[in-house]
Design a binder for this molecule. Sequence first.
Ligand SMILES: CCCCCCCCCCCCCCCCCCCCCCCC(=O)SCCNC(=O)CCNC(=O)[C@H](O)C(C)(C)COP(=O)(O)OP(=O)(O)OC[C@H]1O[C@@H](n2cnc3c(N)ncnc32)[C@H](O)[C@@H]1OP(=O)(O)O
Ligand SMILES: Cc1cc2nc3c(=O)[nH]c(=O)nc-3n(C[C@H](O)[C@H](O)[C@H](O)COP(=O)(O)OP(=O)(O)OC[C@H]3O[C@@H](n4cnc5c(N)ncnc54)[C@H](O)[C@@H]3O)c2cc1C
Length: 706
Amino acid sequence: MASTPNQKEATGNQNSWDSLLPDLPKGPLCRYRKKASFNWKEMAVLLDGEDIIQLKNRIFSALESDPLFARHPGEDLCREKYQELTFLRCKRLFEYDFLPPQEIIENPLKFFNMVLCIGMYDWSPSLQFVIHSGIFPGAIMSAYKRFAHVLKQASRMEIFGCFALTELSHGTNTKAIRTTATFDRNTQEFIINTPDFEAAKFWVGNMGKHATHAVLYAQLYTPDGQCQGLHSFLVQIRDTKTLLPMPGVMVGDIGKKIGQNGLDNGFAMFHNVRIPKENILNIAGDVTAEGKYSSSVKDVKERFSAALGTLSSGRIMITAISTTNLKLALAIAIRFSAARRQFGPTEDEEIPVLEYQTQQWRLFPYLAAAYALDYFSKSLFENYVEFSAGVLTQQRNQRQADLGREIHALSAASKPLASWTAQQAAQECREACGGHGYLAMNRLGEIRNDNDPNCTYEGDNNVLLQQTSNYLMSWMNCIRDKAPFESPLGTINILQDYYHILGWRFTATSVEDCMDSSVPLAAYKWLVCYLLRESDLKLGKKKQAGLSDFEAKNNCQVYYYRSLAIAFIEQTVLQRYHDYTHDPSIPPALQPVLKNLCALYGLWSLSKHLAVLYQGGYASGEQPGRLIQNAILELCYRLKDDAVALVDVFAPPDFILNSPIGKASGELYKNMWGEILQGDKVLNRPSWWAEFCINKPVKGRLKSRL
Ligand SMILES: CCCCCCCCCCCCCCCCCCCCCCCC(=O)SCCNC(=O)CCNC(=O)[C@H](O)C(C)(C)COP(=O)(O)OP(=O)(O)OC[C@H]1O[C@@H](n2cnc3c(N)ncnc32)[C@H](O)[C@@H]1OP(=O)(O)O
Ligand SMILES: Cc1cc2nc3c(=O)[nH]c(=O)nc-3n(C[C@H](O)[C@H](O)[C@H](O)COP(=O)(O)OP(=O)(O)OC[C@H]3O[C@@H](n4cnc5c(N)ncnc54)[C@H](O)[C@@H]3O)c2cc1C
């Protein structure tokens, strides 16, 4: 498989890099580009590999030359028009057929990258496309023999898919979903019903206007009146020839959102809608012709996790989507900061705002996070591909089950980490660009608003973190019993040394010591063990005080379970990135800057836990806190001359980035001015000019006379 995150060596030479990646235009940013310690093209080839770069080029240039994707400066589309355009663009993606199935099978990372490339242009068509051709088929794949024809129809866009789990009154709490699917053995059908409007399916992407078929989650009832729990079904909701609702279905659009308004999120209610028996997606269980429930998974909890297993792929993808937003925002803010000059040491010399310590400290840790999270999301996706291969080949061994649990625990925390990081970064980048950051044409508002739901969909971040902390707590018995244990990906193996690690202390004595990521990594290992111990003690105390399991766990979240899950995922991201950046096969010209990024990511993330490091005795006295702070500032300073080249590595072409202040030339004023003047009716007299010039207000006419 080409272009994996495990690829360690940049292939080729200057000529081959030049043929893959064109030179960037000359301009004010050259000053920084010349000072960079590395060749940005070599770095791009190392991180993505030639194959993925070629795919990206193919997609970007197709979009740029297609009038349907043309950018219209100053245009303000109404929602209806934006939804229509999004659908036309999504349809056009089928015509391009960027990735035939064989290419995806050979390298699934290409699918992952395709979604991100289209998203860099605009998330609405990208998400519409991925819901239909990723989430919808992904959810029915496990029953694929039965549904081969549906997958074929979906691949030709003869039908259009959505994924309908959430209801008006329940989202994260999936056990409380109330839509019912009752088996009728006389007709061999399921009857789908929505008990009342609060159980209407709600928020469902593609359902508002276009979807003809839904993967629908409902409580399965057998003829004996027993509820067999949450199952998924394939249900037709609109006629494929007319797009009118099917009999018994009421379906509509939920209205304007804070972002992603090209995408049609919808609601639906079902009244005695009959679907054939075969339309159950028999991942967790099935019913016989006589109406008896059968499942190869005997444990109810395991059945529940099997029914929700498909959500992990979405959470990994959202980790990458958020990281992509992080990159877009940083590309704009860092290029702006390198070109924008304000104040200076003398009256006649103004310096780029990137030279200011505060600007570096506000932006560079996010730059480091973008590199670390990018590596992590790709590597987790590869883990997921391995897991999926096991599901498709129906492997039912212990390793496969353990791998599913571990990936669930990782993705349930990496989605919160990445989406929150991008959310905070988008705001910081907006402010880092001053007033110009607030101008819609510069795109930071769109990035911030389109990123926002990443914190909520596919499970609310705060609730998902509980899944990760539950997973970590589940190892406490093994730890106490000193029983041997390990996980398939090895992410919890540090807990084997739990007692030993709890005795570790901060030992660095100079800023130079802290320049390597091994320092924050050791601190993180201690932090995870410490928070695990404290969470366990706290839970024990709550239970002893007579609280039920439910209450006890709820009262251990803040400062304990929640912090534990966050520390664990940060440690895991850092560990993977540390291993990658320290691999001897990384080209020597690239290794120093990558190591600086890794150390900065580790120290900056760790600095948010300083209070706990002191509280638990890992750090004491003035020195540790001071050293960490000074090391962060030193690393920011060391990265200053590399920052522009580091964003050149991941910034898409100007047309895709679509931000005058973020263009590669750095000619921010020319670019902004040009765009403003291209706007429709910029210089026109307003159509309501007479309201000022002729119809003068009669002052006080409407004043109350009571
Ligand atoms: C060769 C092979 C090639 C393969 C190629 C692969 C290519 C793949 C491409 C796929 C592409 C996919 C693209 C996706 C793109 C995404 C873009 C985003 C677009 C936005 C769309 C938005 C869509 C939605 O929002 S849909 C609605 C989503 N809703 C949710 O996520 C609901 C969240 N809630 C829950 O998941 C649960 O209710 C939860 C987790 C909160 C649990 O609640 P509860 O407290 O009731 O249960 P527990 O007791 O905690 O759990 C019981 C048990 O189950 C385990 N479990 C739960 N979930 C999972 C899981 N996903 N996997 C595994 N196990 C799970 C849980 O851990 C418990 O286990 P224990 O062992 O008992 O602890
Ligand atoms: C843009 C967008 C697109 C979406 N697309 C789809 C789609 O295609 N298909 C689909 O099925 N769904 C979709 N959804 C729905 C989405 O999956 C849910 O909104 C999400 O799972 C969160 O559920 P909720 O809205 O019910 O939040 P709730 O669970 O009601 O959460 C509300 C608040 O309560 C808190 N909370 C809840 N439970 C707990 C707890 N146990 N402990 C502590 N705090 C708690 C949460 O942290 C949150 O702050 C979409 C949502 C959005 C915003």
